[in-house]
Design a protein around this ligand. Sequence first.
Ligand SMILES: *Cc1c(COP(=O)(O)O)cnc(C)c1O
Length: 504
Amino acid sequence: MYAQTDLIAKLSAKIATIHTSPPPENALPSEDALSNARSKLQRHLPSSGLGLEETVRHLRQDIIPGLNASSRSSNYYGFVTGGSTPAASLAENIVTAYDQNCAVHLPNEAVTINVEDRALTLLAELLKLDPTQWPHRIFTTGATSSNILGIACGREYIIAEASALRSEGITSVGEMGILESMRRAGVDRIQVLTTAPHSSLVKAAGILGLGRASVVDVGLQDKPHKFDVPKLKKLLEAPGTASIVAVSACEVNSGLFATSNLTEMEELRKLADMYGAWIHVDGAMGLMGRILDSPTYQTIIDSCAGLELADSLTGDGHKLLNVPYDCGFFFSRHREIPARVFQNPNAAYLSAGPGGDEIMSPLNIGLENSRRFRALPVYASLTAYGKDGYRDMLERQVELSRGFAEYLYGSEDFELLPKFEGKKEEVLANIFMIVMFRAKDEGLNKEVTNRIKATRKIYASGTAFEGKPACRLAVSNWMADVQRDLPTIKEVLGRVVAEWKENN
Ligand SMILES: *Cc1c(COP(=O)(O)O)cnc(C)c1O
């Protein structure tokens, strides 16, 4: 196997052409390509193996044509699917070649965890967060696991806070378990108070033993993404309860933020402090809004103001940061919480030994032990493009979203959702990188997402809004280019309407 280096060089060069070939025309492979790829998959484990050369041929010729354009093209607007910048993609190859295990910080043996820590510091700077205020920081597999970390830390904190009023010493959920610690703390109900939460937040509450039913939506009737503050206050003060307040920044369907300005975050902070609650921000998308600085984006900038007042923050790497899957990140302001929640107990062989710096071993502050070096693509991409490069990428994505929203605003066939009050400019000022809409014709509306997908040219996600089907485009690729991409989107929607009208 070692003697194969020439072959590896040759085959790597072959694979590398994928990086330099032009992006695919269509967001989706044809149905033929899909069924062909599916039929070529190995049915059984081969006994002697196909060998490297044949396997690379199989991947290139059989599997790749069945993949969607995803990161490689900017016309994939499904879910929130980020791309991968060239710097991040190159670094990703190094990650695989060197296959570092990022579990334990071993400063005398490798610089790996120093890179991870520095990548997190650079990221904090990008997001206008003071790294010294966020000592608990770590890369995760994605925003879902970051939300699990947030709820886990919040659970630990709020029970300890409730218990501190009654007994000496720290009541730790991590140590005593949830039942015993709640009993000690005199808490009979834990609630996660939020608005329009992402499904993964509810999943996190389920996994962590709070129960999916502990998540209470306290959104306003007419603005479901925003807090009904009197209702929030009432729930916070209920006796025997401990609360996590989860802020959706921004909400995955509409792209709207739970808070509109610093004052609103300050109000949440005041309430949380009053009732010993923990504030977790799900900023999988919205956190990146903090890098904007032009008045064109003032509404977004204001909506991201004050997020630094939270106790913990979820961020996503593989979305707007445009690094490869799987990469999320998590920041918390509480230095003392992670050891109580995540410490590997009684595993002397995992300890770092004398290191002399302040960097905590990832295995004691997050979910995983053995971990991928997912920090390197982040480090490389932030280094390559800097603050200005990232701002430029995001501005192009917001501009494309607003261009599309403007088209919908003026359209006879489509309606921009949710319905905003005000002049066109005021409406467009709310648009960040998600654009939700429906067809005005009810019949077409039922099919519009599938008809868009059937063109295979662009990809959109179906959703529901106010009890009716809706469609949404999420722009999250660094390649976004208004001049090139907006006409394609309009052309596809125009075609979908024309074909519908012809047949109905
Ligand atoms: C995408 C998303 C998540 C889940 O993120 P993954 O990276 O897919 O785990 C959580 N919250 C919000 C707001 C999201 O947009």
